[in-house]
Ligand binder design. Structure first.
Ligand code: 5GP
Length: 116
């Protein structure tokens, strides 16, 4: 059984977070240490520690993460100028929280390599 992270507590609203969207499959909230003007994390409600743990059963939630990313980028007014979606995996990828999350970053020009 995978170890829960702080993100499970955010999903259950046991600790505060600036939640922008939540449904039965995913939750989206502002990153506590934004690396760009807009920095939102989109996560599945089910605990998937890394991309290496993704299974076919997760496809609905993973797809929802992208439709929610599209909606939130539009809501933030950054869709036309563009933005970046990033998911880190394990140590070499720079993953710190072992509950997969899509970083939605934008609101300003981003460098060629943004480390998150
Ligand atoms: P990773 O490096 O795992 O891809 O990204 C983890 C992200 O989660 C970081 O950008 C970090 O700022 C964010 N983060 C870590 N703990 C919290 C928290 O308690 N609340 C929020 N809103 N973001 C967090």
């Amino acid at each position: 059984m995978a170890q829960e992270t702080i993100f499970s507590k955010i999903i259950r609203k046991e600790i505060p977070a600036d939640i922008l969207y939540q449904d039965d499959l995913v939750t989206a909230f502002r990153d506590i240490q934004p690396k760009a003007k807009t920095h939102i994390l989109i996560i599945p409600n089910v605990l998937i520690p890394t991309v290496n743990d993704v299974e076919p059963d997760h496809e609905l939630a993973l797809g929802r993460m992208f439709t929610v990313a599209r909606k939130l980028a539009s809501d933030a007014g950054i869709a036309e100028d563009g933005y970046r979606l990033i998911m880190n995996c394990n140590r070499h990828g720079g993953q710190e929280v072992y509950h997969i999350h899509l970083h939605l970053v934008g609101g300003e020009p981003l460098g060629p390599l943004l480390s998150l």
